[in-house]
Design a protein around this ligand. Structure first.
Ligand SMILES: Nc1ncnc2c1ncn2[C@@H]1O[C@H](COP(=O)(O)OP(=O)(O)OP(=O)(O)O)[C@@H](O)[C@H]1O
Length: 254
């Protein structure tokens, strides 16, 4: 059973795609209000593991997830779990900004409306507060009813973060959220993650070692579906205990 200091925890989590064993016996605790970076070479299972945390792998045909995912006192990896509610409480942002073909306002209002908020004033408040939390309000407040697709890539990604925040999640899963962005937009996303940590627990997949070192509290190094090392980020980047970790972070392989 997950202790209160952990927002989320997996025990012996496995993911299979048909015969392929993509994630192997992963046990990780995610402390509340912390940022955890998942790092490792391409194909080592980072995204697969991340997607299993809010049951997104259910949407992939042939994927099977075994083991435990503890969230709010419950193992949510079973068929009777309320998956729609789970995905509201554990939100996800993808690598490529994917705003809806709608206005900025509608991108944010869509989710809350879907979950039953119909009052216009309440929706207006949610739109404003979500955009503020995603550090986008000042840039878009005068064009809320313009198309979201007219925003820059970096703004679109913050809009996608705002869209996730509009559902009031507890955990944010970020799959390489800045890898498609220029350095200025990337640093805005990094600043934002640092701010959001006060209110959310954040798990981020990144290929950028400097980014992992800058923004995360703990880092998990994956290799071929296994967890090789999990430790304080500082420790991982200054004194890793496993040779494989050191080789990876110093660029000797991967
Ligand atoms: N939908 C799928 N069907 C079958 N195999 C898959 C599927 N998605 C991923 N895989 C395989 O599972 C393994 C882990 O992939 P995953 O995308 O999780 O790795 P990753 O560490 O996130 O890689 P990257 O850093 O390149 O995004 C890989 O061998 C990949 O080919």
């Amino acid at each position: 059973m997950v202790s209160n200091e952990y927002a989320l925890k997996t025990n012996d989590l496995n993911v299979f795609y048909g015969e392929k064993h993509a994630v192997k016996q992963l046990s990780i605790d995610f402390p509340s209000h912390s940022v955890t970076a998942l790092i490792g070479p391409s194909g080592c299972g980072k995204s697969t593991y991340l997607r299993s945390l809010n049951r997104m792998n259910d949407l992939i045909e042939g994927a099977k997830v075994t083991g435990e995912i503890w969230f709010d006192g419950e193992n949510v990896n079973h068929s009777a779990a309320h998956v729609r509610l789970l995905r509201k409480r554990i939100g996800m942002v993808f690598q490529k900004p994917n705003p809806f073909y709608k206005s900025i306002y509608e991108n944010i209002a869509y989710g809350p409306r879907f979950h039953g908020v119909t009052n216009r004033k309440e929706l207006n408040e949610i739109v404003e507060s979500s955009l503020r939390k995603a550090a986008l309000w000042d840039e878009v407040k005068d064009r809320l009813h313009h198309s979201a697709l007219a925003l820059s890539g970096g703004q679109q990604q913050r809009l996608c973060i705002a869209r996730t925040l509009s559902l009031n999640p507890e955990i944010l899963l970020l799959d390489e959220p800045a890898s498609a962005l220029d350095p200025i937009s990337t640093s805005k996303i990094e600043e934002l993650i640092q701010q959001l940590k006060a209110n959310y627990t954040i798990i981020i997949v990144t290929h950028n070692m400097q980014q992992a070192a800058r923004i995360s509290d703990q880092t998990a190094f994956f290799l071929m579906g296994e967890l090789i090392e999990l430790n304080d980020t500082n420790q991982i980047f200054t004194k890793p205990t496993r040779k494989e970790t050191e080789d990876y972070i110093t660029g000797r392989f991967g």
